[in-house]
Design a protein around this ligand. Structure first.
Ligand SMILES: Nc1nc2c(ncn2[C@@H]2O[C@H](COP(=O)(O)OP(=O)(O)O)[C@@H](O)[C@H]2O)c(=O)[nH]1
Ligand SMILES: [Mg+2]
Length: 431
């Protein structure tokens, strides 16, 4: 090979080499670029997928929250509907019961009418119905007092101090109260001595006479309401205030009066509803506010409504929270002030309701209420089914407040005007 050829070959080799080198570099650069792009793409994908995942989680969370909220709402709606249904059922049941009671009354009236229309007989049918119910209601009291008295008297052949002591025990056990019992026994001792009585059996009639005397004293005139009248019904929870108001409303409406009720026991919503049910039963308007509102404000509205509508008798229910005497006193005072200011011309009655089944406890309640209110009359409830009816004698003798009505059952007709003579006869009268 010549020198030229050698150089040419070398140059060619170099050219090839550099070309190869160039291609190599290019390829590498391309590969690097590609790799970088690939990496970027991968990272981007990763970022995107992360973002997507996060978003998805967020959406799922939100949806779950919404679903839970919806479920709760649905549940609440169902609960509300169930409660409503239940309440409606209860109201229906109560109305049904009331209808039954009124049917019974209608039947009784029919019966009494039938007897009245029957040819002349010596008995007074209406009086008989009333007295029979009274006697039935007082059955346990009668058995308790008279049973005890009989067994003492039968155990003795002569009248001595032991007999009086045992009799004393019987009367105290029958809830006549210690003071009243002492008074009765003292009177009996004096009479036995004065009248020269020796037969223990004679004591029974004397006892009946003395107790009747206590009950009837000062009750010669029949109690009548002066109209327009605002009646305030007070007493401890559960004694029967609302039930008694329902019965009173019925009695006065039946006699042709315009009657209105005020739900001033705002302590529990149930108390307002209960009065409304009685109002509905008797077809009488009930003035009410919301639960926990001011009782005096309810009375304010009721008194003004009664004036505007020329209502004959407005009967106000109240809450009896005796455990807080100061509150009770303030609440009652405020109510009295409202009545005095808004309706000075109305006649006022303050009825204290006492539960006969609580015996001497009822006396304690009466003493406390006497301190906070000018009680004009006592209504003694639940005399049916209790043997503690003797409490009437203690109330009459010790409190010096007249007993106006007595409750002898839960029905709308089971409230009787207190007739001392009939009462004494129902317990002590001969069979
Ligand atoms: N056996 C009987 N139950 C009565 C009489 N008066 C009321 N009740 C019952 O006593 C309970 C309490 O009565 P309620 O009027 O709500 O008492 P308040 O809390 O004083 O209003 C109810 O179950 C009444 O039905 C009654 O003369 N005889
Ligand atoms: Mg009540």
């Amino acid at each position: 090979m010549g020198l030229f050829d050698f150089f040419k070959k070398k140059q060619t080799e170099e050219t090839v080499e550099s070309a190869v080198e160039e291609v190599k570099e290019e390829t590498i650069a391309e590969a690097v670029e590609e790799a970088a792009e690939e990496k970027l793409e991968e990272e981007a994908k990763e970022i995107v997928s992360e973002a997507v995942e996060e978003k998805a989680e967020e959406i799922i969370e939100k949806e779950a929250e919404e679903a839970v909220a919806e479920a709760i709402e649905e549940k609440e709606e169902i609960a509300e509907e169930t409660a409503k249904d239940e309440a409606e059922e209860i109201v229906e049941e109560i109305i049904e019961a009331a209808e039954e009671v009124s049917e019974k009354i209608a039947e009784e009236i029919e019966e009494e009418k039938a007897v009245e229309e029957a040819p002349a007989e010596e008995v007074k049918p209406v009086k008989k119905g009333f007295f029979a119910r009274l006697k039935e209601g007082l059955g346990k009291t009668r058995n308790s007092i008279m049973g005890g008295v009989d067994s003492v008297l039968n155990a003795f052949t002569k009248i001595d101090e032991d007999l009086f002591e045992e009799l004393e025990e019987v009367l105290i056990m029958a809830d006549l109260g210690v003071d009243t019992t002492m008074h009765i026994i003292d009177t009996l001792r004096k009479r036995v001595k004065k009248e020269g009585v020796t037969d223990p059996a004679m004591i029974k009639d004397m006892l009946s006479e003395e107790i009747s005397k206590i009950l009837t004293e000062g009750c010669e005139e029949e109690f009548e309401i002066t109209k327009p009248c605002v009646m305030l019904v007070i007493g401890v929870n559960g004694v029967g205030k609302t039930t008694t108001i329902g019965k009173l409303a019925h009695i006065y409406k039946e006699r042709g009066n315009n009657v209105m009720l005020a739900a001033a026991d705002t302590f529990r919503a149930a108390a307002i509803d209960q009065l409304e049910i009685w109002g509905k039963r008797a077809g009488i308007d009930v003035i009410k506010h919301e639960e926990n509102s001011d009782p005096a404000a309810v009375v304010f509205d009721a008194v003004n409504a009664a004036k505007a509508r020329k209502t004959d008798i407005l009967i106000c229910d109240t809450a009896g929270r005796l455990h807080n005497k100061k509150n009770l006193m303030d609440e009652l005072k405020k109510i009295f002030r409202v009545i005095e200011r808004e309706y000075p011309d109305c006649h006022r009655e303050v009825f204290l309701v006492l539960d006969a089944t609580t015996g001497q406890n009822a006396m304690q309640q009466a003493k406390i209420f006497k301190e906070v209110a000018d009680i004009t009359g006592i209504i003694l409830t639940k005399l049916d089914g209790t043997a503690k009816g003797g409490i009437v004698v203690a109330i009459k003798n010790e409190l010096k407040i007249p007993v106006r009505y007595i409750g002898v059952g839960e029905g709308i007709e089971d409230l009787q005007k207190f007739d001392a003579e009939s009462f004494a006869k129902a317990i002590f009268g001969k069979e």
